[in-house]
Design a protein around this ligand. Sequence first.
Ligand code: GLU
Length: 894
Amino acid sequence: MDSTIAFVAFLTIKLFVVCSSTSVINIGAIFHNDNPEVEIAFRFAVKRVNMYSSEYQIEPYIRYISNFDNFATGQIVCELADKGIAAIFGPDSSNTNEIIQSIATNLEIPQFQVFWNPKLVQFSTEYGYDKRNLIFNLFPEPYMLAKAFATLLREMKWKKYAIVYENDEGLIRLQEIFKAHGPQDQPVIVKKLGFGTDHRPLLKEIKASSVFQIILDCDRDHILDILEQAKEVKLMEEYHSYILTSLDAHSIDLGRLKAVKSNITSMRLIDPNTTEIRMVARDWELGQPSHKNQHINIAPESIRTKAALIYDALNLFITVFTKLDMTQTMVVKSLSCGENEISDHGLRISAFIGIQTFLKGLMIGPLTGPIEFDNYGRRTSFNLQIVERTPQNLRVIGTWNSKTPNDLSFTKISVPVIQISKQTSHIKMYRVKSRLQEPYLMMRKPTTGIILTGNNVYEGYIKDLLDGVTEILNATYELSLVEDGYHGNYDPKKREWNGLIREILDRKADLAVCDLTITYERKKVVDFSMPFMTLGISILHSKARREPPALLSFMNPLSLDVWLYMGTAYLGISIIIFLVARLAPGDWENPHPCNQEPEQLQNVWGLKNCFWLTMGAIMNQGCDILPKGISTRMVTGLWWFFSLIITASYTANMAAFLTMERMGPTIESAEDLATQSKIRYGVMEKGATETFFKDSNVSLYMRMWAQMQQDVPSPFERSNAEGVKRVRASKGLYAFLMESTTLEFERNRHCDLKEVGRWLDIKGYGIAMPVNSIYRTEVSGAVLKMQELGKLHELKEKWWKGKCEKESLETESAARLGLSNVGGVFVVLVGGMITALSVALLEFLWNVKKTAVQHHLTLREAFIMEFNFAVNFKIREKVINKSTIAEAESNKQL
Ligand code: GLU
């Protein structure tokens, strides 16, 4: 409104001050035939100036040029120059512009361009700085525009995307995006649209490559056709997003596409909500000059960039011209191309434009924000709006400013179209992917009479977790298994993910749930819910095995040598005692102590007694007879001392042996593992644990990783279950680094396993979903709720229970000796018994023979007699007299 008042005031003052006749300003305009909007906007702008200005009347000379005929175009420019034009407006595209640009510069006629022109700087440089630049391009400077697209892409966090472009100029527009793409980033698919109108094969190719984000660089008029074909090949589904680089994308009516599910983002130079645009659009609509019987519908929201720019160009020109004309006389001469003439006014206009920012025009505007040019005539400062299309309308979600080209300021959070449609629907059905692993997810065992269908074919912690989450969210889910069975690992060579993460990236699932660790790498490409379990990397090792002790293991505490020396010493000492006792007078005793004068003395130390004495000593039992002589006592004392030491040593060593048996090779921590070479260790391949070691820069873990890589056979296992199997089979020579949760489960089931040391890190399992997934908040909320209700704990208890839970808590020190430990002693005892019985039998038979000889009996008689004595347990005394002999003889008669 202000501008209108200012404009009217200006005209009135002018009317009074300059009471001369209106001066006519000739201007030239060059258009291609195919852009009616720009021409209509130009005619409207001219009409507007003429309507309000009593001082100046603009006389436009509008010419049409062919797209390719440079010669004809040159002639047209010369013809216009001959008419005495003050400025040239157009053309509306780059075709044949160069000739216009050159002639205008040579004749020093200012030219106002409104198209994307990356070659302007080159042209201006070629003409040198001695000539002030006479070309002004109102279209945003290409380099800055490219920067804006790169910033938009970065802020939208697009990682894996496809670029579809129409012509090679598009690559210049996208150059900053290419520059920002690092070698570590995921590969980008770049495709050029072919000739013709059928782009379906190309779009199908993109669809097959599982890319969901697409940058489309093409002419505004082709966008709708391409999007329509994309929709046909199902490239406009709910997970697809588009960035359109055309600054006119906002003006397309997508109604033809019907219920667009994909997100479409673009940028625009025009803010249709400004008063200026609204007023101009209204006047424009009302006073639309008829152009070849065409009527262009001009709503503020659908004004095209070039149309607004040509209006701004004329506004700028007339404002500057008027201002200059107030202080100096502006003469516009007719010029001929053939003669070496130049204009009088050109450089003055150009100098004036060059020094200021055009904020307010003579007419309402500028419509495209403040206008400012650099030395090359490029418009380097401008603002862009970021607009997002929702099924209902366009929403401005942020702005970009050329003063801070690396930033975007978001005014609203981008809402995926899918969210809007989901919010309106009440049925939610998650597509969930998982993988089989005990106890997280297993196939349910079929029970007779019950047919399992749907999600019920599975059971396990994850199944229960999903049931709980979906119950809270009042939703349903469809569970299926990941194709390759992996959790999700990034292959830097192929530059792609596998496993569950891949399925999420390919949008084959809404959620991925299993023992899926939240890692930094994964977090960059997918989103995770709140963790539902906390864990750390730990070491699984087998408990030391108790090797079944050998039968004669009681001999182990002393070496064979010592046993042999001991046996020899036993024999030797027994004999020495025998000899010494014979010499020692103290051991010659009176057999009848009452007889003070004995005729004979008796020595009890026969060999038998000597052996008995030494045996009693070494067995810690003592003996019923003891030596009396000094020397014999000395020998015996020394033998006792020897026996004391030997027995104590034996006992002590026996205890040590029993403990040792339980130990075997042991480790207490990761440091222990790293500093030894006997026990090999490994991890599950392609999992978070492997990545932990691979990416760690802690020297201990780096060393362990290096060791694992060079070990042969490979210490890596395909799955945790195989790692556990290997630990159990390796007799303590292999340890498996795995996550504490799974470790706990395995340890509860296999009592020969144990966890060693502390956790190496702390992390959690989360539910993965696509980046910016609409489900993230609700799923996280449901997990949190389950945790608060104690449901997660209950589930853990339910699925982790195992038979060794208690045993593993018991201390290993409570080891009892089994029969196997003391078996040898029993064997010795039994052996001794049998030997004793055999000796007893031999003694018996020897005695039978003796009796037979002594009492003149036959061997049989003597045997029966002695046998009767032996088996008649009542008889305590053995008396051999006549009656027993007679009885034996009568037995003979029988
Ligand atoms: N939970 C791990 C992952 O998400 C797999 C097991 C492991 O690496 O120890 O990759």
